[in-house]
Design a protein around this ligand. Structure first.
Ligand code: FAD
Ligand code: MG
Ligand code: MG
Ligand code: MG
Ligand code: MG
Length: 476
């Protein structure tokens, strides 16, 4: 045990003290990677910096483990436990990687440059710049789909980034405290304590589940006079929640939500959002008003402005939509040197972390092969011995034949509240569906082992223990 602890301590310490790196090499091609999420981070982890100069541009200087973000909205897990700085990865590469905290605002595919801007609060005297690339990887993810519904942008809260989780938490506690204000009117208390979640995908479901746990495990203790009045409603336009899961697990989730007093309205569309209520169209076509205190919007993805702008520059091959059209090698249709991965691309795969990270890893391999190709082509051009040349040409043919991206689905998991989770796992040629407490233990172990670093794993495990022993923090 002592040896194990000492070893873990050493691993943690060592990871924080990387050696100095070799500098940029002007002879080498430059890959500019946009974003520091699942796709880009996975690419960064695997890319061989001996072969390329690498530049990362992202408006946030860290990776975020999104699957545990719903847990952060109520304090089951601390936000700091599920983020890891990008430099933590780049400083461990053999060659220096440049990391700029900035947003890419424009891509110029003709001159092969990107314009970047520091859009954060603090800016220096210079806050825009242009960076040249040989290859560009677009891993900027997506933004929240609002379907242009009036009022969503102004009044709803999203759940995609760290600050979203913080806002939700603050807003939730504000609603509760305001409901407890002296002589608050009963119907106003009901409104303030009505929490609406729009979108029955994994994010919406997991958020509703976490909110429920917080209510039952903590709020009933600290706000006994209010907790019983808190209502959670989930709204979904489709006939059921979690369309990506098997029928059996959908039924299980819906039954489990019913038991937990989470009301599900399926076949229901939000028509308009106001500051204190939403207008919904119910299954029978009738319109109704639904007052709320907190509204969380989780209805999926649409492409970011910088991506839309790029699409419009390729009218023959791209149409402005959900994501960039790519070929089986993740290369953007219409370009030879731009690649798109993860939620920024529109492929046959669902927009998940699993897909994005496999695509990132795939691109690292592809770039190694491209470097080898370039190297062989240069060699061959300089060769005079015909026999040697033929053998190299055969090798080149092999190198040029890059295998397309292949996705390997590891299964789908979701937390549904009250220490229960559901899992849809590919098993041989069939599928195994399971739900319940045992699945939750499995869910926990999968998330724990998939977390980015040993540091993240230790912190999340500690958060879970802390939650069980001390309860969640209710200060806002
Ligand atoms: P992201 O991870 O979103 O990364 C995008 C990056 O680009 C970010 O670093 C962002 O700051 C940066 N960026 C944005 N704009 C610019 C710009 N203009 N220039 C440069 N950089 C920019 N998937 C699963 O498989 N399992 C799950 O359990 C799961 N749970 C989820 C829970 C939540 C709450 C959410 C929101 C998503 C979840 N997902 C899950 C989906 C998963 O997170 C996404 O599919 C995944 O993040 C996509 O990876 P990405 O690299 O394309 O984008
Ligand atoms: Mg990314
Ligand atoms: Mg991410
Ligand atoms: Mg700044
Ligand atoms: Mg208040």
């Amino acid at each position: 045990v002592v040896g194990g602890i000492a070893y873990s301590g050493y691993v943690l310490w060592d990871a924080r003290h990387p050696p100095l790196q070799a500098p940029f090499d002007p002879e080498k091609k430059t890959i500019v990677i946009l974003g520091s999420g699942w796709g880009s981070t996975s690419l960064l982890k695997s890319i061989d910096t001996d072969l390329y100069n690498v530049v990362v541009v992202s408006p946030r200087n860290y990776f975020l483990f999104t699957p545990l973000l719903p847990s952060c909205t109520v304090g089951t897990v601390d936000i700091r436990s599920i983020v890891e700085p990008t430099r933590f990865i780049t400083r461990h590469k053999t060659r220096e990687v440049k990391v700029f905290e900035a947003e890419c605002t424009e891509i110029d595919p003709v001159n092969k440059t990107v314009t970047i801007a520091d859009n954060s609060e603090i800016k220096g005297s210079v806050n825009t710049s242009t960076i040249p690339y040989d290859y560009l990887v677009i891993g900027v993810g997506a933004t929240n789909q609002t379907f242009g519904i009036k009022g969503v942008q102004e009044h709803a809260l999203f759940l995609k980034e760290v600050w979203d989780a913080q806002k939700i938490r603050t807003r939730l506690m504000d609603c509760i405290e305001t409901a407890g204000f002296p002589e608050q009117a009963p119907e106003e208390i009901d409104r303030l304590l009505h929490m609406i979640v729009v979108g029955g995908g994994p994010t919406g479901v997991e958020y509703a589940a976490e909110l429920h746990d917080f209510l039952v495990e903590d709020l009933t203790t600290w706000y006994p006079e209010l907790a019983g009045k808190l209502k959670i409603t989930l709204i979904e336009a489709l006939p059921n929640v979690l369309p990506a899961f098997s029928k059996q697990l959908i039924d299980y989730t819906e039954a489990s939500f019913k038991e937990q007093n989470i009301t599900i309205h399926t076949k229901t569309m939000v028509k308009e959002v106001h500051d204190k209520d939403i207008t919904i169209q119910q299954a029978d076509g009738s319109l109704a008003k639904m007052p709320y205190g907190l509204l969380v919007w989780a209805t999926g993805n649409t492409s970011r402005p910088v991506v839309r702008n790029l699409m419009s520059k390729f009218p023959a091959t791209q149409k402005v939509g959900r994501g960039l059209v790519v070929d089986d090698w993740m290369r953007m249709e219409g370009s030879d040197d731009i690649y798109a991965i993860g939620d920024a691309s529109a492929s046959k795969y669902a927009p998940t972390a699993q897909v994005a990270s496999q695509q990132g890893k795939y691109l690292a391999r592809l770039f190694s092969q491209l470097a080898l190709r370039d190297h062989l082509e240069q060699d061959i051009a300089a060769m005079t011995n015909e026999e040697e040349k033929q053998s190299k040409l055969r090798r080149l043919a092999k190198v040029r034949n890059v295998k397309p991206f292949h996705y390997s689905h590891q299964g789908s998991l979701a937390y549904i509240g009250s220490d229960k989770a559901i899992a849809d796992l590919p098993w041989g040629s069939g599928n195994v569906a399971s739900g319940g407490v045992a699945t939750y233990v499995f869910w926990r172990s999968v998330y724990l082992s998939n977390l980015f670093s040993l540091r993240n794993r230790s912190l999340v495990a500690t958060d879970w223990i802390k939650k069980n022993v001390l309860g969640r923090d209710i200060s806002r």
